[in-house]
Design a protein around this ligand. Sequence first.
Ligand SMILES: Cc1ncc(C[n+]2csc(CCOP(=O)(O)OP(=O)(O)O)c2C)c(N)n1
Ligand SMILES: [Mg+2]
Length: 331
Amino acid sequence: MWTLETVQKVAAVDPAVWRAILRLMVLARKVDEQIIKLCHQGRIHGSSFTGIGQEAISTAAAIASQPQDLFGPCIRNLALHLGRGETPLGIMRQVLARSEGATGGRDGNIHHGRLENGVYAMISHLGAMISVVAGGVMAKRRQGIQSVGVAFVGDGTTSTGDFHEALNFAAVFDIPILVIIENNHYAYSTPTTGQYRCRRLIDRAVGYGIDGISADGNNAAEMYVTVSEIMEDIRVNPRPVLLEAETMRMRGHGEHDNFKYVPEELLLLYRRRDPINLSVRAMASAKLMNAEEFAALETEIEAEVAAAARQALSEQEPAADTLLRGVYADA
Ligand SMILES: Cc1ncc(C[n+]2csc(CCOP(=O)(O)OP(=O)(O)O)c2C)c(N)n1
Ligand SMILES: [Mg+2]
């Protein structure tokens, strides 16, 4: 439930920021949809993992950030990669394992990042990225750089030992890191009722002696206001904060998963709460964008993404004799 204060803050979001938020969410959605298409056409090696329905969360963090900030993405943070400077073409090259992709054709659509964008390439071990980001921020601070870190985790990830160790470490050393739990109701096929017994995951924050805040992960304006306030606060008053963003995973764990275990009513509920549609409606009622302008934005982005896919498809996979590059130190 929004307080009057939240309503006022959301109403005060700059129209240019609103447009940037919407554009990034639509871009991420269209790139994800393109990935799904390529995956089902058999053009992607392995499975594909998307963030459809969760775009508002990564978008808020990317738009609220400063260049010196550091990020630990997980598997549903395409909007973060794009918001921090990765291009649709870069993503298409990555998922299609082309030589020019971020990992040079070494991985599929999740284990990638670009240090020049402040985005670490994730590793699969759930919870491990929190300490990586905490360490990176610690190093930057020792160099006198006012960096803030953001690590993204899922509800299932909160059950790992790494999650606990990293939060405790960050609390003890006052590391300015925002840990965002994207609570999307499922960890693979395990619903949150089979995952934890606390009422809200941020109830655990008190055990670490840190602040825990919750936000509606499908409400882009609320996410943006919440995340930017936390990031600016911990930038000058360094400490970790736990933020639980309630959302819904709108597809299977990956494209190999038909997610028949998710009740249809739950999906229906969140289809009505789609973050892009909610933003379009909010912007229309604030007279910031009308239906024709939104349709034009969608068409423009669809064309950009389709061109990126065509370009990447026309390129080569890495040559076989480069296979061991990056595995051993060059002699
Ligand atoms: C330590 C660890 N345990 C198990 C796995 C296998 N695994 C990969 S993703 C996943 C589910 C993650 O769920 P959640 O944290 O809720 O994120 P979501 O997929 O919902 O975004 C599991 C169990 C893993 N990668 N690492
Ligand atoms: Mg989950």
